[in-house]
Design a protein around this ligand. Structure first.
Ligand code: 5U1
Length: 706
């Protein structure tokens, strides 16, 4: 996309600087400002720089030097003002000439909330069922802080926070440091223009800022701290009295509305909210690309769902979406209730961060003996579910976050991600809260807990003596992606191990109906079903069997590579570390782990006992990956397939040598799209990646490339 040249002939201005003699210092300063405005807009807002950073810096330093020599040439819109430096004693108060309104929040967070808003609007407008759908603009609700930017004669003269809506704080010096906010607008804008929107921090910038802060703290810097989330970091930056510090905190901006604007009443500049946003965009303000005009309740619901699916992959936090009546005449007709317009609503998603309390820190024992501290939390509804546990990963991580029993913590759950403790609210810490220390012995079997050099994790040394590890091993073996034993849930595994009926994996295949009938809450029908599932699982595949053994560092993908490379279990079991290193994706740690596993007599006995119990798979020929029919083919599966589940399709494709990836890129060979395929299908079409249906998948699975 080409962007209209906002600042006149900025390119010419740039080249003039090096080519022609400069007529006067004032002209030269003006040329430098124009060029820097142009390139800042290309860089910060359009993400499409035209010159290297070093060239921008060179022009910037030239202007700085000129202004230092001739302070009378310094203008408030000069790009040199972006670096900050002004230190205030306090912020001046700003009375908003047009109040900064707040927005009503729809109480129903489900999609039906969008329908409720549309119903209200139709009622207010007196529209009957037979009348056409209302046109809306649907926007993102950014998780930052509201800002009003005042331009007089095209120059930014003031940035003000919302405050109570009537009076805010003058944060102009800090606002000038935000690269995405134009300091000067093109010719022809209204003499007074107040643009309203949200200052926020992108997630990547937030992570980088916190990393820098950690390094500063580690280097002994006083008064530094890390930030809880991007919104707090953004709010803290905007409210810095020292604009040099604000300049060091990377902020961004999205425009979504207007305050005071001088425009002749008989010659409106725009008649819809969307046209107004597009005009702001053309003037150089960032407007979120997701902003869309939609029709009626169905359009709002579809937008709500589409954005919910994208929410976690956006580069910044949003807490919902906003719907606005598009037609400005209708907006006027609808008017306001107290300080909220009737024509707009915020439709929030469930919060992804909440505060709660740490009731205890338990230590759990994993399949390979890993000891994981887990914070037991007072139940809290976050990210759409009630969270009661959050992993602290290991002792080092628990100490890094310094989570203690009794602490008030901020918990985050985004999408399907496991809940985590983001940070501790230190000023609510009880006086006597002790620091977490990993215990010296396994909490389940009492064996020594050790931490190997260079590793973060402590491990129980009890091996299969430890009932916790036995339970996990059985549960892993039965997993859907391993031997797929339906009906063997963790409660039942607990009982089978605790009652001594299952000590090794092979014991599963010797269970009888009468053993199972004695288990708690086990109806005869379920017991029969479980025995059938165990019987069925004997028809295995080598990758599933290898994965199910639970060898440390051998995940599903490595198990598949091992099976592909060696073809037969005995060959895997006999392979030296050097031979194992020839397998794709197997490095020294994995090779050592596999060799160590099969060197243990009791592990070989378990394998033999499983074979004796009747587990079978088709042993194949060792096949080099490049010889497989779909070698080099990358497939993305999306939507609901008619002929098989996605897991089955993935297994079959991988068995033929294809790679099954989770996201679409230019490198994707095919996207297989079933019913209700979403953004991956859109992306495939945009990138020109071939899209296959079930029939196309069948061709692929026959080993041919459609
Ligand atoms: N995208 C967007 N966010 N937001 C917040 N639009 C928007 N509009 C707002 C607010 C407070 O208020 C106007 C409806 C007045």
């Amino acid at each position: 996309m080409t962007h209209p040249d906002l600042f006149g002939d900025a390119q010419a201005a740039t080249s003039d600087l090096s080519a022609k003699p400069v007529t006067s210092t004032a002209v030269r300063a003006a040329q430098l400002r124009a060029a820097l405005h142009h390139h800042a807009h290309r860089y910060y807002t359009l993400d499409a720089p035209e010159i290297p950073d070093a060239e921008y810096d060179r022009l910037f330093r030239q202007l700085q030097a000129l202004e230092a020599e001739h302070p009378e040439l310094l203008t408030p819109d000069s790009p040199t003002q972006r670096v900050g430096g002004k230190v205030l004693a306090e912020f001046a108060q700003v009375r908003h000439r047009v109040p900064m309104l707040s927005i009503r929040t729809e109480t129903d967070t489900k999609a039906s909330g969008a329908e409720a808003f549309d119903a209200r609007i139709r009622k207010e407008l007196g529209l009957g069922d037979a009348q056409p759908a209302v046109g809306y603009v649907a926007e993102l609700k950014f998780d930052g802080l509201a800002m009003s930017l005042r331009y007089e004669n095209g120059v930014l003269v003031q940035g003000a926070t919302r405050g109570d809506g009537e009076t805010g704080e003058d944060v102009t010096a800090n606002v000038r440091t935000i690269g995405q906010i134009p300091l000067r607008l093109p010719e022809g804008v209204p003499a007074v223009l107040e643009v309203r929107g949200e200052v926020y921090m992108r997630r990547g910038d937030f992570e980088a800022l916190n990393e820098r802060q950690r390094q500063r703290i580690a280097a002994g810097a006083k008064g530094e701290k890390t930030f809880v989330n991007p919104r707090n970091a953004a709010a803290g930056a905007v409210r810095q009295l020292d604009s040099g510090i604000a300049a060091d905190r990377p902020l961004s901006f999205f425009a979504y509305g207007l305050g005071e604007v001088t425009a002749p009443a008989d010659q409106p500049l725009w008649t819809t909210h969307y046209d107004m946003l597009m005009q702001l965009k053309a003037w150089g303000f960032p407007v979120a690309e997701q902003t869309a005009v939609v029709e009626g309740a169905a359009g709002l619901v579809a937008f709500h769902q589409r954005i919910a699916a994208q929410r976690d992959s956006l580069p910044y936090d949003i807490d919902g979406v906003v719907y606005k009546v598009n037609d400005l005449a209708l907006q006027q007709q609808l008017g306001f209730v107290t300080r909220e317009p009737r024509w707009a609503v915020a439709h929030k998603y469930p919060a992804q961060e909440e505060m709660t309390q740490v009731l205890a820190i338990d230590v759990q024992v994993g399949r390979t003996g890993k000891l994981t501290p887990v914070a037991k939390l007072a139940p809290v509804f976050v990210g759409g579910v009630t969270v009661t546990n959050a992993t602290l990963h290991n002792e080092l991580e628990a100490r890094r976050k310094d989570v203690r029993i009794g602490d008030t913590v901020i918990v985050r759950r985004a999408g399907d991600v496991i809940p985590e403790v983001v940070s501790v609210v230190l000023d609510r810490r009880p006086a006597d809260a002790p620091q977490f220390t990993m215990m010296s012995h396994c909490p389940v079997c009492g064996s020594l807990a050790e931490r190997e050099e260079g590793e973060a994790d402590h491990r129980c040394t009890g091996g299969l003596f430890c009932s916790a590890q036995r339970k996990q091993a059985v549960w892993h073996f039965a997993h859907r992606r391993a031997m797929d034993v339906d009906g063997l849930g963790d409660k039942l595994v607990d009982q089978l191990v605790d009652s001594g009926q299952v000590n090794t994996l092979a014991d599963l295949y010797h269970l009888k109906l009468e053993n199972l009938a004695n288990m708690d809450r086990m109806a005869e029908k379920s017991a029969v079903n479980l025995l059938q599932a165990l019987e069925k699982s004997k028809q295995a595949t080598l990758p599933r069997f290898l994965f199910g053994l639970g060898i440390r560092h051998v995940g599903e993908a490595t198990a598949k590579e091992l099976a592909r490379h060696f073809g037969q279990l005995d060959a895997v079991m006999a392979a030296s570390e050097d031979a194992l290193l020839q397998v794709a994706d197997v490095g020294p740690i994995v090779a050592h782990s596999i060799r160590t596993f099969f060197d243990q007599p009791h592990n070989r006995e378990v394998v033999q006992a499983l074979r004796d119990a009747g587990i079978r798979w088709a042993e194949g020929e060792a096949l080099a990956p490049t010889e497989m029919p779909l070698a080099g083919v990358t497939v993305v599966l999306t939507g609901t397939l008619q002929t098989m589940g996605r897991d089955e399709a993935k297994d079959k494709l991988e068995a033929l040598g294809a790679k099954v990836a989770g996201s679409v890129s230019k490198k994707t060979s095919y996207v297989v799209a079933g019913a209700e395929a979403g953004s991956k299908l859109d992306k495939a079409q945009a990138l020109g990646v071939p899209v296959l249906d079930d029939a196309g998948l069948a061709v692929l699975l026959s080993g041919q490339k459609p």
